[in-house]
Design a protein around this ligand. Sequence first.
Ligand code: HEM
Length: 487
Amino acid sequence: MSQPPITTASGIPVADNQNSMTAGPRGPVLLQDFHLIEKLQHFNRERIPERVVHAKGSGAYGTFTVTNDITQYTKARLFAEVGKQTETFLRFSTVGGEKGSADTERDPRGFAVRFYTEEGNWDLVGNNTPVFFIKDGIKFPDFIHTQKRDPQTNLKSPTAMFDFWSRTPESLHQVTTLFSSRGTPDGYRHMHGFGSHTYSLINAAGERVYVKWHFLTQQGIRNLSAAEATRIAGSDPDYAQRDLFNAIAKGDFPRWDVKLQVATEADLAAWEARTGWNPFDLTKVWPHKDFPLIPVGVLELNRNPLNYHAEVEQAALSPANVVPGMGYSPDKMLQSRLFAYHDAQLYRVGTNHQHLPVNAPRCPFHNQQRDGAMAIANGGAAVNYDPVQAAGSNPQGMGHGEPALPQSGAAGRYDARGKEDDYTQAGDLFRLMPKDEQQNLFDNLAGPLSQVSAEIIERQLGHFDLADRAYGAGVRAALKARGVNVG
Ligand code: HEM
């Protein structure tokens, strides 16, 4: 492949990129060899901090096409008409492992989609699971510490994981998913994606509905057995990256059907009265029989990034990025996330991370933010203060036309432990599994559980029993088969 001649970063042609400038053929090297110095300096600065979670990932661009009219629910222009297309970017990831960890580890998978809409970037930063381990963001750093390395041994610690989960029964629903075969999906193309949280949509009349987003794989669900996942972790740790890149490179574009569950505030109040479940609790699903899936569109991934670091590593998505016609919800977890992502990216990528091509909106943007490191899009000669007539805020913008949300209740720290049902939906998921899948679940749990103390095992078994006696019995039997003495 022909390459253009090498220059310095300042564009100055480099005479020789193979031989340092030396005093005589044997050296020493001269300080004036600026090209050598610049080359070494830049190399030393090549890494940025990896994401604090979801460090290992793969990304691709694509197209979202509207197939069904949902304008009764939202005025967001990307849904304005059937057939309308919006450019997208999707980053898949594992959660707990480092940037070099194996793609097939047992873990939820990140499913973070950006829609480059004409009204700004909408980011739906979800997972391949509809629920999560915790329901309050204050627990997130603790939970993640149990998934990362032990401070002393620098090893992953089943003790820390099951100590946390067994003391946090709200995790049971997601733990049941994680240790089923869905905890080891076969690459990124054969799994669903979920927005997981409840979000809201607002229509042109200013009416709000609550929604959950679903991305159902057209490739069909395919999972790896625990043994296959372990084998591939050794033989091809970048298995999912390779699979995604190669599929797109050869024109076999993966697709997901985008669907929506919709509920009015009254629907949710009635559902809560009937089930006792808080509709904004991230450890719960909205059952499809109560809130059927409505088709919305199709997401297709059809273009590989040209440069991994620039376009995938530096991608900075945030659940706070919603466009007019959309809103958040009272979900406590979501509220923490609205803060966490931009903050992480200010540190990980930099003050002006939104100026980078993968992060910049495809529509014009104007604000009064100026300067800072790497200010690429710095507003030119435009005024840098508000309010002025020309730069005033936009009556069609985010938050405008959103009906006021009544709030009530005394400020306080409300402990849900023991007061909310953490078991029924976990049991329902267990009862939905075919027998062989239940057996996988027992075996997958017994592996790490067999490495922790009797006290933790008993505490965790108590939760399985409360979800379903057969669940607890199955894990007990699998532990006994491993020689663990359980009651
Ligand atoms: C990444 C925080 C819960 C999905 C991240 C990052 C942070 C974070 C700081 C790194 C962002 C970056 O550097 O770009 C949190 C906090 C949570 C939480 C504080 C709870 C309060 C969740 C949940 C989901 C999720 C519930 C899924 C439903 C993701 C994904 C990424 C991510 C997919 C990777 C995004 C990408 O590909 O760039 N999270 N997270 N997180 N998180 Fe969360």
